[in-house]
Each structure stands twice: as structure tokens, then as C-alpha cells.
Design a protein around this ligand. Structure first.
Ligand SMILES: [Fe+2]
Ligand SMILES: [Fe+2]
Length: 284
């Protein structure tokens, strides 16, 4: 897996604008039905368990913190996702978005298993992720928009897609996959986690591909373009904080491995997403 993986994935997977949104949604729905059939319970974690036991204490602490971030995030997005489906404006769009709901629960299941079978403990409580916490408010706004007119529904969907597909999945999660690769995968460590990330990234390719394509279309309207850009700018400091906060597990602080380079990876991914949506280089 290379550092360029996300770039390549986005290039290939932002579906073309020559098809209608409903055609694209239906294609992605069919892809999810045919190819999104991996089973989180079937991934072999025996080598991961051995690798974890032989890691030094600092890396053990870092991995527990890292996996807590993923489990919290996958679970939170799964639990909050229904309004995104309900705001889909056709059967095709809702069909596709419903596959995303199930997939987020599969990702959650994998990390629940990882804690139980590899890390042998519960996740850490209280790891802050402000962008995730803001999903509560977002979901409420989206539900309220269901009762309003088409313009309000569209505006709520634009904000929801920016927040979830554009920022949480498109920037935060994708940075996490690269961090795994740099710290563990490139050293041949934790192959079960690597296999899960390969599968998760295929699912995320559909989620992010659909979301970014929608945002690219919506950004043609100046009022939506303005709102998308404002949300990205509002959330950038919150996503950067994630990699600046100390790694504390059970009251003890662990160093962040030098390969993580979180700020740098996040900033690059952030710029890439803006380019995907607005088509030009944008300075942060
Ligand atoms: Fe996910
Ligand atoms: Fe996703």
C-alpha cells in the first residue's frame, strides 16, 4: 500500500459527472451488494495478537489509543447515520446510503473484535473528537429539515455530506489509514488490521466517492460552495487537535511515534479534498 493510495482511490472513484446522480447511486448500490460482502468475523487475528504482545510499551499504548479513535468514530457514525439516508431524494440514493449504514456497523464490529481478541481490554474512555461530537447537532438539524421545503432539505444535505463524507471520512479516517501503514503496516506488523483496512477502504471508496461527487455538483451553486468551504475551514482546527493531543492511556502518557506526522498528513488530505470539490488548488 503506498502513500498515494488515497489519491489514486479518489481519482478512480469519484464517479463521473456524465451520469445522473441516481444512476451513480444505483451503480454504487449494486457494487455494495456484489462486492461489499466481507465478514469482519472472518479476518485472522492470530498474528496480530502475537505482534501486539511483542511491541514495546510505548507502541502498545499508541495502538490502544489509535484503535480507540477508530472504534469510537465508526460506532458514532453508524449510530447517527439514519438522517443521511432519509434525506436522499430518490429510491436509488436511499438504497445506496442504506448499504453505507450496514458497512459502518461492520467496521464497528471489526474494532470491537480487535479490542477483545488482540488488545485484550476495553477501549479508553473519554478520547475527545470534536468533529464527531458535532454529529449529534448535525443529525438533529437534518431531521428537522425533513419537515421543511426542498431548499432547506438540500442545504441540510450539503452540510451533512460535507461534515460526514467530506471531513470525517474524507480527511480524518483516510489520514488514519496512512498512519497505520507508516507505523505498523510498512513494518509487516498487525496483518489482520491491515487486511481490515484494505476492506474498509474499499467500502469507504464508495462512501467518499459518492459524497465528494455530490459536493462537487452542489458546489456549482455559489451559496452551497460558500457553506462547504466555511465548514471545512471551521473544522480544520478541530481535526488538527486530534493529532496534537497527548496520547494518554489509563492515566499514563505515551509518545507519538515519529512516523505519524499527523498534522502534515491531515493538512495534505484536507487540501486534496478541497481540490476534489472545487477543482482548483486551494491554500489553507
Ligand atoms: Fe467506516
Ligand atoms: Fe464510511
Amino acid at each position: 500500500m503506498s502513500e498515494n493510495w488515497n489519491q489514486n482511490m479518489t481519482d478512480e472513484l469519484i464517479p463521473g459527472l456524465d451520469k445522473t446522480t441516481d444512476e451513480v447511486a444505483w451503480d454504487l448500490y449494486r457494487k455494495a451488494i456484489r462486492f461489499g460482502t466481507w465478514d469482519p468475523a472472518a479476518i485472522d487475528l492470530s498474528q496480530d495478537k502475537k505482534d501486539f504482545e511483542s511491541l514495546d510499551e510505548d507502541l502498545k499504548g499508541y495502538l490502544i489509543h489509535f484503535c480507540t479513535g477508530f472504534l469510537d468514530a465508526e460506532e458514532n457514525v453508524a449510530l447517527k447515520f439514519c438522517p443521511w439516508i432519509m434525506l436522499g431524494s430518490s429510491t436509488e440514493q436511499q438504497a445506496f446510503l442504506s448499504t453505507q449504514l450496514l458497512e459502518e456497523f461492520k467496521h464497528t464490529e471489526f474494532f470491537m473484535r480487535y479490542f477483545k481478541e488482540v488488545l485484550g481490554r476495553e477501549r479508553i474512555s473519554g478520547v475527545k473528537n470534536i468533529v464527531q461530537q458535532k454529529l449529534d447537532e448535525r443529525a438533529k438539524k437534518m431531521l428537522a429539515a425533513l419537515e421543511q421545503g426542498p431548499e432547506e432539505r438540500e442545504a441540510a444535505l450539503v452540510e451533512g455530506l460535507t461534515h460526514y463524507q467530506g471531513i470525517i471520512e474524507g480527511v480524518q479516517a483516510m489520514t488514519g489509514y496512512d498512519v497505520y501503514e507508516a507505523v505498523f503496516g510498512s513494518k509487516g506488523l498487525l496483518p489482520g488490521l491491515g487486511e481490515a483496512f484494505t476492506r474498509i477502504k474499499q467500502d469507504e471508496g464508495r462512501h467518499v466517492g459518492f459524497g465528494l461527487r455530490m459536493l462537487k455538483l452542489f458546489a456549482r451553486k455559489p451559496e452551497h460552495a460558500k457553506r462547504i468551504r466555511e465548514l471545512y475551514d471551521e473544522y480544520l482546527p478541530h481535526i488538527l487537535i486530534r493529532y496534537d493531543q497527548p496520547v494518554i492511556v489509563d492515566g499514563q502518557e505515551y509518545p507519538t511515534p515519529p512516523e505519524v506526522r499527523g498534522r502534515e498528513r491531515l493538512t495534505k488530505m484536507f487540501e486534496r479534498r478541497l481540490k476534489d470539490i472545487f477543482g482548483t488548488s486551494v491554500t489553507v
